[in-house]
Design a protein around this ligand. Structure first.
Ligand SMILES: NC(=O)c1ccc[n+]([C@@H]2O[C@H](COP(=O)([O-])OP(=O)(O)OC[C@H]3O[C@@H](n4cnc5c(N)ncnc54)[C@H](OP(=O)(O)O)[C@@H]3O)[C@@H](O)[C@H]2O)c1
Length: 310
């Protein structure tokens, strides 16, 4: 099969080449991949940590080519969205059927390919906050792939949504269109205490976000885009009448179980136009180097989608 192979001598660290077809285990379906989307973590970290020739890639949309031998998962020909630790940047991938979501027929594969990491992280991070109806939720790094889904899902769940972005003048309209009630440049600009935070930036923004977390509130530390430490000043962790029982929780999507159902649900919302996949770069996998460069250069502010195959 053809695949994007890690090659540190090539632009973007990737070149189109060939790799052996995957051999699915009995609990895996073989999927013909039609589109993939890039994620910051795999491009910034995974690309540098594997040998040349590796086939990476977390997110893929495609069609079941061969159903799982153990009878689990969908039948041949079913459109699916898939999430695995590697193997999406190839014409064929073997996928555990419990991280495979069934998608509606006829949906745009590029839009579906944004769902696995970005959509599922947003959904599961919000689940961790508990009921959102009538609550205030702050989302940092709101213009990114995960942030856009988080804003939309929090709004759909009935929250008052505060979106934090480094560029409110440029991105305020976009974020309000996605469902934000308030757009701020930094968490401390948010009015009043918030009940929950999905933090995708870390560093000083996490510390600021914690400072405005109200009693019983939860901050999910899901992302670390700032690449900086969290330095809590003395007193920041004190409780008082309005700041009793606040939590910071860590989050790791691959440790979440039962994702297949969530992937299918998200795929249907995207296909119905109820969720905007936030695609800001789209092209053939021949253009992967350009997309990688834009992602690492912080110029994407959304999802890069690559068409896979001919
Ligand atoms: N824990 C998990 O399982 C998990 C799963 C998925 C993703 N993640 C992490 O979540 C984060 C977001 O992922 P993503 O795919 O949405 O990334 P992304 O598309 O690159 O978006 C990140 C956003 O963060 C903001 N940002 C970027 N660099 C920044 C900096 N130096 N200082 C402050 N803000 C910065 C930008 O938003 P503004 O321009 O709006 O400020 C950017 O749009 C990443 O750290 C990723 O690795 C973790």
């Amino acid at each position: 099969m053809r695949a994007l192979l890690v090659d540190r001598s090539a632009p973007g660290g990737l070149r189109l080449g060939t790799a052996p077809d995957p051999e699915p285990a009995s609990h895996q379906a073989l999927v013909r991949v039609t589109a993939t989307s890039l994620n910051y973590g795999e491009v910034a970290f995974a690309l540098d940590s594997v040998p040349d020739g590796t086939v990476l890639g977390w997110d893929a949309a495609g069609v079941v080519e061969r159903a799982a031998a153990d009878g689990s998962g969908p039948a041949v020909g079913t459109p699916v969205v898939t999430l695995m630790p590697a193997g999406a940047w190839a014409e064929l991938r073997a996928v555990d059927t419990d991280v495979l979501g069934v998608a509606p027929a006829g949906a745009d594969p590029g839009a579906l390919a944004t769902v696995p990491v970005a959509g599922a992280t947003a959904l599961r991070a919000l689940h961790r906050l508990g009921p959102l109806l009538g609550r205030t939720v702050l989302v940092t790094g709101a213009t990114g792939g995960v942030g856009r889904y988080t804003v939309q899902l929090a709004r759909a769940a009935g929250a008052h949504v505060v979106a934090s972005t480094g560029s409110p003048a440029e991105n305020g309209d976009l974020l309000r269109r996605l469902g934000a009630h308030q757009v701020v440049a930094t968490p401390k600009e948010a009015a009043g205490p918030v009940d929950g935070v999905v933090d995708l930036v870390g560093g000083p923004q996490l510390v600021e976000a914690y400072e405005i977390l109200g009693e019983g509130g939860t901050l999910v530390a899901a992302g670390h885009s700032a690449g900086r430490g969290e330095d809590f000043p003395f007193g920041a962790l004190f409780g008082d009448r309005s700041r009793h029982d606040r939590s910071v929780v860590t989050f790791f999507l691959p440790a979440c179980t039962g994702l297949g159902r969530d992937l299918g649900w998200l795929a249907h919302r995207v296909a119905a136009g109820e969720l905007d996949p936030g695609i800001t770069w789209r092209g053939s996998w021949d253009g992967a180097a350009e997309a990688v460069d834009a992602l690492l250069g912080g110029r994407l502010h959304g999802k890069a989608v690559l068409t896979v195959g001919s």
